[in-house]
Design a protein around this ligand. Structure first.
Ligand code: ADE
Ligand code: ZN
Length: 326
C-alpha cells in the first residue's frame, strides 16, 4: 500500500498552475486592506464559504474578482512567494506557472509590474530552495484574438523571462481555432505552446489545439476519452495531459474523485501528470491532489513513479535539469 511518506518523497513538477489561483482568502483580505480595495465579503470565512462552484464559469467569476486586490509588484511577489513555500513543503522541485496578464492590464496594471513581481519570487525560491521554473503567459479565450495579439506584443520586452504561451478561461464557445493566428505568431517568436482543452469542452477542441495551434501539451484533456482516434494519437505521440484532479471535482467535471478517469488514462498509456490548477479555490496544493487521488483511486507504486516521471519529461526544463530531477 501507498503511504504518505512515499508520496511526499516523490520529486514533483507542477505544469498546470494559475498563479492568480493561489490567492488564499487570508492574503486576499490582507492585500485588499493594504491597497484600499473593497471586497464584497465581510470575512475570510464568508469568502471561503462562497467557494461552491457549479461549473468553470461560476469559479472564474470569483477568480477574476479576487484578482482585483493585486496592484503592486510586491503584491505579485507575495502571491507567488506564498505558493512557492507550499511547493517547498510538498517537494515540488520544478514549476511552470501560468499568469493571465489581461486580467491585470485591463485594470490599468502595467505588464511589467505583474511579471517583475512573479519573476523576483521565482528567482528567490530558486536561490533558496533550488526550485527551477518557467513562466507561461495565458491568453484569455473569452477575449478577442486581436487582444491576444496585443498582449503578445506587450510581452515582447520580457520575452527572455517567458517560456511559453497558453490559453485559458471560459472554454465552451471559445474554440482553440479562434486563436490560430495568435498562436502562429507566438510560435514564430520561439515560444513553447500549450492550451486548455477538453476540460468542459469537447474532444474536438483537443484536436483543434493540436492541429490548429500546434500545442505541445494539453491542459486538462480529460474528455479525450470520448474520441478513440484522439486517444490513439495522444498515446502514440505521447502528448502530455496536465490533469488537475481536485479542480475537476470542484468544478463538477467529475461528480467525485472515485469517478475521475485519471487511472484509466494512465492504464491506457496516456502521458498523464497531476497538477493543482487553482489550489486556493479548490482546496488542495500538489500533495493534497496526490493524497485524494490515492485515497479514491488507489494507484500502484509503479503508477506513482510513472506520474512523477511523466511530469519531469513533459516539462520545458533543460535536458540537464530533467536529468537532475529524474
Ligand atoms: N483559469 C484558471 N483556472 C482555469 C481552468 N481550470 N480552466 C480554464 N481557465 C482557468
Ligand atoms: Zn487551468
Amino acid at each position: 500500500t501507498i503511504d504518505h511518506a512515499f508520496l511526499q518523497s516523490l520529486p514533483k513538477v507542477e505544469l498546470h498552475l494559475h498563479i492568480e489561483g493561489t490567492l488564499e482568502p487570508e492574503l486576499m483580505f490582507e492585500l485588499a486592506q493594504r491597497n484600499n480595495v473593497a471586497l464584497p465579503f465581510d470575512s475570510v470565512d464568508q469568502l471561503r464559504a462562497a467557494y461552491q462552484f457549479n461549473d468553470l464559469q461560476s469559479f472564474l467569476d470569483l477568480y477574476y474578482q479576487g484578482a482585483s486586490v493585486l496592484l503592486t509588484e510586491q503584491d505579485f511577489y507575495d502571491l507567488t512567494w506564498a505558493y512557492l513555500e507550499r511547493c517547498q513543503q510538498d517537494n515540488v522541485q520544478h514549476v511552470e506557472i501560468f499568469f493571465d496578464p489581461q486580467t491585470h492590464t485591463d485594470r490599468g496594471i502595467a505588464f511589467a509590474t505583474v511579471i517583475n513581481g512573479i519573476k523576483r519570487a521565482l528567482h528567490d525560491a530558486q536561490q533558496q530552495w533550488q526550485i527551477s521554473y518557467g513562466i507561461i503567459l495565458c491568453f484569455l479565450r473569452h477575449l478577442s484574438e486581436e487582444q491576444a495579439l496585443a498582449t503578445l506584443a506587450q510581452a515582447e520586452p520580457f520575452k527572455q523571462h517567458i517560456i511559453g504561451i497558453g490559453l485559458d478561461s471560459s472554454e465552451v464557445g471559445h474554440p482553440p481555432q479562434k486563436f490560430a493566428r495568435a498562436f502562429a505568431a507566438a510560435k514564430q517568436q520561439g515560444y513553447r505552446l500549450v492550451a486548455h482543452a477538453g476540460e468542459e469542452g469537447p474532444a474536438e477542441y483537443i484536436w483543434e489545439a493540436l492541429q490548429q495551434l500546434s500545442v505541445e501539451r494539453i491542459d486538462h484533456g480529460v474528455r479525450c476519452v470520448d474520441d478513440e482516434e484522439l486517444v490513439a494519437l495522444l498515446v502514440n505521440e505521447q502528448i502530455p495531459l496536465t490533469v488537475c484532479p481536485t479542480s475537476n471535482v470542484r468544478l463538477k467535471v467529475f461528480e467525485q474523485m472515485s469517478e475521475h478517469n485519471l487511472k484509466q488514462l494512465l492504464e491506457r498509456g496516456l502521458k498523464v501528470t497531476i497538477n493543482s490548477d487553482d489550489p486556493a479555490y479548490f482546496g488542495g496544493y500538489m500533495m493534497e491532489n496526490y493524497r485524494q487521488v490515492e485515497a479514491a483511486l488507489g494507484l500502484s507504486t509503479a503508477q506513482w513513479l510513472q506520474l512523477s516521471r511523466n511530469a519531469i519529461e513533459a516539462s520545458f526544463a533543460s535536458p540537464e535539469r530533467k536529468a537532475e530531477l529524474l
